[in-house]
Design a protein around this ligand. Sequence first.
Ligand code: UDX
Length: 449
Amino acid sequence: MGLVTAACLAEAGHQVICTDIDSHRIASLNAGVVPIYERNLDTILASARKAGRISYTPDAAEAIRAAEVIFICVGTPPKDSGEADLSAIDHVARQIAKEAQSSKLVIEKSTVPARTGLELQRALGAYSRNGIKFRVASNPEFLREGTAVSDFLHPDRIVVGVEDESSARQLREIYAPILERRFHCPIHDGPCPPGPPAPFLVTTINSAELIKHASNSFLALKISYANVIADLSEQLGANVDEVTHAMGLDPRIGGQFLKAGLGFGGFCFPKDVQAFIHLSASVGVDFSILKAAETVNKQRIDRFFEKVRKALWVLKGKHIAVLGLAFKANTDDIRFAPALEVVKRLLDDGAQVHASDQEAIDRAKTLFPQVHYHEDPYEALKGADAALLCTEWDIFRTLDWARAGKLMARKLLIDGRNLYSPALMRELGFEYYSFGRENLRSEGSASKS
Ligand code: UDX
């Protein structure tokens, strides 16, 4: 999020200086290496670098002194209790207060619980030794991994939480090139599709912080709701895709984030849901519906494994192809990826796991060196007793299952993302299991569970 913000603000014409406590990361950025896989990020970083609008330094003092405005983009990981760990924010506040030699606008972009901005303001004041005044604002990000550059340059809304008019004005100036589309868009070949500028919403800091948690948690609720509808569909002989498609046509509901499957992962939803539950409990507000959404999500892997065990009976010694390791397509991020839990359970049961992913293999290798990794999914499928689809990469979407079926020891596919059509898999003679739709047993006969 930090790097995408930096790159996009540089693309918008600002002078950006980045710093990080990880000096290796700074060194690799200085060497022109982009440390994550994120579409279009390399293009805009290269153009910002060429234009001399972005630089990287391991020296926080240098970055702090050079800037009028500081975006805090540090991690806020969950503690064991689910509460957000804000120690990195505190650390940065101390550095800013210590090193600043002039007044600054300090903006929290990291996802934080409501009231953090007020604590940040207090911390900056407490750590400051030379009477410098800091203004604090909240500017939550709504960036999805894989489309983060596009989300930044073409936002649905820009939210700024402020306590004074001058901070709002300054933030509006910063975002003016985005709102007025004064940048070279790396997403669209020609001009960007026409449309009104994104709403620029000025709120209090507390509201801005709450907007971010409330938005992510609502989307998580929606996914869990769809997953329960999938379980119901399976029991009642309905098709979840038909149900959610029709539901989504109601503009009050909307069709997005109703895709049933292995559930939500990644570094945002699971942690933000936990932090929001913790925050609400801390102020005595009952958020049972969110707790239920979290429980439903945790049970998705159990539901998946029920299908795996039913189909394979014994896992020990079986050759299983796992298609997809990243928590979703178009990212190399494996944090809280459902696929990792799937791999772990397979290994615990003594299966031989052959995994394929377009971008996440290097990261997964450090966690599971005993897994056999294949860039080419057909190599993972060679001799497999079953294929388990965990991530909806396009390369899997368009996989030639007739060819794969000839390579596999048994034509068995358990689809954790409802990526394929049961009718097509039936035609190809596969045993095929997915969520909330007809399951095809070995004889090719449909069954409801
Ligand atoms: C999310 C928010 O979308 C973004 O606005 C916020 O700033 C950061 O968190 P991200 O974590 O990149 O973004 O992933 P997202 O695309 O939202 O998907 C989250 C998870 O939900 C993934 O594991 C995805 O596979 C899953 N998901 C999503 C579903 O299971 N079903 C759906 O219908 C949609």
